[in-house]
Design a protein around this ligand. Sequence first.
Ligand code: NOJ
Length: 555
Amino acid sequence: MNSSDHDPLWYKKAIFYETPVKSFFDSNGDGIGDFRGMMEKLEYFTFLGVDCIWLLPFYESPMKDGGYDVSDYYSIHPDYGTLEDFKEFLEKAHSLGLKVIIDLVLNHVSDQHEWFREARSSRDSPKRDWFVWSDTDEKYRNARIIFIDTEKSNWTWDEGTGQFYWHRFYSHQPDLNYENPELREAVKDVVRFWAGLGVDGFRCDAVPYLFEDEETNCENLPETHLYFKELRKMVDDEFPGIVLLAEANQWPTDAAKYFGDGDEFHMAFNFPLMPRIFIALAKEDSLPIVSVIAQTIGIPDNCAWGVFLRNHDELTLEMVTDEERDLMYQEYAKVPRMRLNLGIRRRLSTLVEQDRPTMEMLHSLILTMPGTPILYYGDEIGMGDNIELGDRDGVRTPMQWTSGKNAGFSSTDPEKLYSPIVTRAPYSYEIANVETQSELNTSFLNWLRKMIRTRREYSETIGLGTISFPKTDNRKVLVYMRNRDDVHLLFLLNLSREPVSLHVELPEFEGLKPFEARSNTPFPAIGSDPYFFTMAPRSFFWFQLRSDENGEASD
Ligand code: NOJ
């Protein structure tokens, strides 16, 4: 299946699922997940109901940053299999109707990449200018350090050639120099290679940092946007249908600029929204969400935010106020080991202490906000984390398939696993596993599957429609509508830990009835007075507003 055969806006109606190949399923018993393992488990994605798999970097790499330290863009890391395995995986995924997007790490490479080895071999190397060098470490002082727990500077001294090289992340990840036209082309060639194999898109890593400029903080520079517009034009011309997703962890206006005029990225992660969901929860106040949505709507029609709760990194708190960060640490990371850089290295279920109503409400939110929901592997079974592991490894432990040996992830000896399995109750593989939860009708996994199916019935309205906020008299409840043509959906989420009541003003819908979306149960008709609701703690409602005669439950 080729992505261009399909609805060109498929990514606006889809649900994405993020996973590292390493963590998903080990087919050859070496303790590390691989492409053949991914192939064996492909039906799990259709069982869950997601449309698109986002694979973390799987290229050759010394693996000092989870594969975001690429040493060869054109080969698969031998732990994960071969290029043939990848092609077979892609073909099988497509035959099941699944899309696959892959990570493109384009701001930097590993210091083991041939390009950098050559560049540092001599100041006259033809590759020298593919990286950013300086005689002093005084340049670009306004650029912040991102990995503040490990890096002291964005410059590292290269003994051999007597200059510093520039890096925004680990010192073993030299930044590429996008001023260099050959380098710019070389990165496009990487895209051509993988697009040519048939991938459906790229999650572009660390996009704000491609260029440097002394007068700025070296983020979101106009040249960076120009490069991505060039890249977009190239994929549109040569590989129509390919989707580009931006990882730009920025304040709302800067993040939204990556959509350009609909001619840059198709998608960008909604980093502004993510931490504010958790802030709203902690404060039991819908305002942080309402105000960030107001700042992130109005993007071009062919673009979509990627809406997520957690991912493979720490829950980043770089783009919140100091006060908000303190609140987040206080609420969600009391133990210092739970913190990393400016963030919290925990999974969703541990953040909310596996509180089922809260987990449901949060998923209800990301399934219905403007944008494309992006789930993180294991969150669908309430998998836990392991803060004893270093860096972000604690949120990248093996997927828990069964209550058997190695959680059904691998047949190897437990000590040979790339990472220990989570064994701490109540997040342990003995309960939080796919097999047990598939069999249990009331499990979180089965709840989420049903919600995904309900969302699918309304994917036109939720994926393409507008959002509005009816007036209410209780800020503890997030109330919003998603509208498209004559379909009107009403959502209520009680952020409070207590039961609440509220009035919602719905004057333009007088005479219609709210039909609960999953059961199609009618509620009393909307009259001329504000509509009255009562809600249990951390509960939610999905309604379609329609008349009795119109029997259609979906759009
Ligand atoms: C963002 C990725 O999500 C993260 O895992 C990585 O460490 C940095 N970019 C550097 O590539």
